[in-house]
Design a protein around this ligand. Structure first.
Ligand code: SF4
Length: 329
């Protein structure tokens, strides 16, 4: 893996103006609120957090499928934050998305051959019909489907096979970076491991980088080199996977990990129950936004001053005033 980041964000913000009710005041949802992160070539950065924490919005924003409100996005060293749609078009080839619900993301009226072939056509990657056919066949084989399945429609496939079609479509344009947004959460448990292993094999074979968005901490541990934990639009902890899973420093990460199922009872963590619900992103709490739910919150500090994301040990960053005091798992 090279050291120069493939994708970098600096203080990225994606805010939405919303109106609560017909006569209510307008408000701002800070779905992504000052996120700085990087993904290196060939690396998987896992992005975890409860639903509504902003991880999917972040995934779409880095691909410019949603416009950022502020901050910067760099891809292959180039600032792409404000590129026009036409300037973005050649870059779209190298940054693709795998969606959560493969059925919703595939056109039900198109044959698989055309779903995959369309991507080739848009980017002019198949100059002749025979070349097009050959590439579609090779892509289907690469994701574990048979070339004779190319004339079928999405409804003729199982959920796992449909996700394979979605992956083939993304691979058709030879990307370097993929945002995988909950790519297995809509699938049967028995199929999930196959898709995860396919993504890992493709990474090894093609040197792909992934931003792997998931609420499933076990899967993220299995696929990720590094992990970022999001809470209310911000990254509250980020570290190499091994460090995060054995020595989490943020109380929110520790609570998430303690709630995740563990196969080995010897490694079972003390369960930390999260208090209350995630606060409304329309009115985030002052100070540390996690303080109303944090068992360690200190009055006069945590409810007043927002903690910065700081390095608490090499390559391990946490946004918590007490991150240095956190006991080991
Ligand atoms: Fe808890 Fe305070 Fe740390 Fe926030 S800063 S996570 S409230 S201890």
């Amino acid at each position: 893996m090279s050291d120069a980041p493939l994708l970098e964000t600096r203080d990225l913000r994606t805010w939405f103006e919303v109106q609560r009710g017909l006569f209510a005041k307008r408000g701002t949802v800070k779905a992504v609120d000052g996120v700085t992160l990087s993904v290196n070539p060939g690396e998987t950065l896992g992005l975890v957090g409860e639903s509504g924490c902003g991880k999917s919005t972040l995934g779409r924003t880095v691909l410019r499928l949603i416009e950022p409100t502020a901050g910067t996005i760099r891809f292959e060293g180039r600032d792409i934050t404000a590129l026009s749609p036409s300037a973005m078009r050649p870059l779209r080839r190298r940054m693709q998305m795998i969606f959560q619900d493969p059925y919703a993301s595939l056109n039900p009226r198109m044959r698989v051959r055309d779903i995959v072939g369309e991507a080739l056509d848009i980017h002019g990657l198949a100059p002749s019909p025979s070349e097009r056919e050959g590439r579609i066949e090779a892509l289907l084989k690469r994701v574990g489907l048979r070339p004779d399945q190319a004339p079928r429609y999405p409804h003729e496939f199982s959920g796992g096979q449909r996700q394979r079609v979605g992956i083939a479509r993304a691979l058709a344009v030879e990307p370097r970076f993929l945002v995988a947004d909950e790519p297995i959460s809509a699938l049967d448990v028995s199929i999930q491991a196959q898709i995860v292993n396919l993504l890992k094999d493709l990474q090894e074979e093609l040197g792909l980088a992934y931003l792997f968005v998931s609420h499933d901490l076990k899967v993220v541990e299995y696929v990720s080199h590094r992990v970022a934990v999001m809470y209310l639009g911000r990254v509250v902890e980020t570290a190499p996977a091994a460090s995060l899973y054995t020595d989490a420093r943020h109380p929110y990460t520790r609570a998430l990990l303690s709630a995740a199922p563990v196969a080995d009872p010897e490694k079972k963590r003390l369960r930390i129950v999260l208090q209350g619900d995630v606060p409304s992103p329309l009115a985030p709490p002052p100070g540390c936004t996690f303080h109303p739910r944090c068992v360690l919150a200190k009055k006069g500090l945590c409810d007043v001053t927002a903690p910065a994301l700081r390095e608490v040990k090499p390559q391990h960053f946490a946004a918590c005033h007490l991150a240095d005091d956190a006991p080991s798992a």
